[in-house]
Design a protein around this ligand. Structure first.
Ligand SMILES: [Zn+2]
Ligand SMILES: [Zn+2]
Length: 231
């Protein structure tokens, strides 16, 4: 069984704590006994490669991921089978972000870190803006590169597909949804939303601080290969 946490922000997300360095994240995952994690910064994959290098030393699978914000201000958690696949999606996503400069004093710094946690750059474009991509376009893009798109934290009041649109369109052909760890019982929650019954669920920490990584215990109901092959 794979103990996972597939929604973790690094210090590249302006809202991610600066202690969220590749080494700190992967080592924290190790301490928490996780087998697989994903680095899912807002609209970027810039620190994934460094975390992958550390993961392979510690025997932890590090997936490339990205939390994409759609033009409807909905967060979609996206996971990729390889860095190459993620890069293809990232190129489209980054170019779909408006040209707004980050204000580090307000939003926080956006740090690129190498596998020794050295700062190798700072992203100047504000990453926490909505892209110009619609939910449909994000699903299409992610599918086209072999990744999976998962409506993020659907139970929350902000940046959630259910809050902003009210429902999940059949046309997206979504297989999974993410439900926050703050929801105690998936069963009870699904009872209140019978339209969600058919979706498989991922539960993650959405960690922005080290202590949040893996704080809720979740085991994958399939293999990682199967996760990317779900139809
Ligand atoms: Zn989010
Ligand atoms: Zn997040």
């Amino acid at each position: 069984m794979i103990k996972y946490d597939f929604h973790i922000h690094s210090a590249l997300s302006p809202c991610g704590d600066e202690d969220m360095t590749p080494n700190n994240i992967v080592n924290m995952a190790y301490i928490a006994g996780l087998n697989a994690i994903a680095i899912t910064d807002h609209n970027t994959i810039g620190n994934v490669k460094s975390a992958m290098a550390i993961g392979s030393q510690l025997g932890i699978t590090v997936l490339a991921g990205m939390e994409i914000e759609t033009c409807e201000e909905i967060h979609i958690l996206t996971l990729y089978p390889s860095l190459e696949s993620a890069e293809k999606a990232y190129n489209v996503v980054y170019n779909s972000l408006p040209d707004i400069k980050n204000r580090p004093d307000i939003f926080g710094r956006q740090l690129y870190l190498d596998e020794n946690d050295e700062i190798i750059g700072e992203e100047e474009k504000l990453l926490i803006s909505p892209t110009s991509l619609s939910v449909e376009q994000v699903f299409e893009l992610v599918k086209s590169v072999g990744g999976v798109a998962i409506p993020a934290h659907v139970d929350r009041h902000s940046y959630s597909i259910l809050t902003n649109l009210g429902f999940i369109s059949e046309e997206l052909d979504a297989k999974r949804i993410e439900i926050s760890y703050t929801v105690d019982s998936i069963e009870e929650y699904k009872k209140s939303r019978p339209d969600l019954e058919k979706y498989k669920v991922l539960r993650n920490s959405d960690a922005h601080y080290l202590q949040d990584i893996g704080k809720n215990e979740n085991y994958l109901d399939v293999t990682i290969e199967q996760l990317f092959g779900e139809v």
